[in-house]
Design a protein around this ligand. Sequence first.
Ligand code: ATP
Length: 237
Amino acid sequence: MDHSLQSAKFMKLNKLCFTRSGQKILDQIEDDWPSTGVVVLLGANGAGKSTLLDVIAGIKKADSGELILQQSHSKFLMPEPAAFYPYLTVKEQLNFIADMFVNVQPDLQVENAMEVWQLHPVADKLTKNLSLGFRQRLSLAQLALSNADILLLDEPMNGMDPEILSVFKEQVLTWKKTKSVIMATHIMHEAQILADWVVVMFQGKIIRSHAYSEEISFHQIYQKAIDDYHLGHAVNG
Ligand SMILES: Nc1ncnc2c1ncn2[C@@H]1O[C@H](COP(=O)(O)OP(=O)(O)OP(=O)(O)O)[C@@H](O)[C@H]1O
């Protein structure tokens, strides 16, 4: 574990709230996250992970509270499900993203992204006809082309075959040296290999958040966080 991560905080979540139809989807979210490395968000279905990523990305606006970044940063979200222009081919979709984000040698960078994420077999396929695994690859290729320094990944490992999963892990380990990678996932045993920081969400709240040390599994951290939360509630109640 890199202990410098604990001091080099860069993103402050200050009492973020997001309520819809009377449900507190984000309930006074408060936390500080490090400037580089991988922050993993764990939580049951409906805990609020995707909503939090959307608020950080700026796709959803919190009803109250604020997100404070130490400097200005570019952000790029890999949403779940992945979203593309349905009638563009894979190659056209990547060229479109490169036009927006890539200043230097866009053709070369598109080619490189296609190579890394093994997209050549589907280069001329319409994005609407891609399988789940290839949609994830294309979404990750877009993320790489964005050159953003905060990468927000919502369930990135869904549908990946073992070969592309190992490419994914290799890429994340490279990205995390210089970028902040914030990832929501249910695939705990793979995520814990990549993590520097772990966050557990429950019913719109962050109930645990700390630097991650490999001595203890995500499964144990998650279970203990939930147990302690219920115990705290029982004691307080
Ligand atoms: N715009 C909205 N209007 C009403 N309810 C919403 C809205 N956005 C999210 N929700 C609800 O907020 C809750 C949290 O959803 P969210 O997708 O953030 O959870 P999650 O932790 O990502 O879940 P999962 O693991 O299933 O992806 C869910 O109950 C969802 O139905």
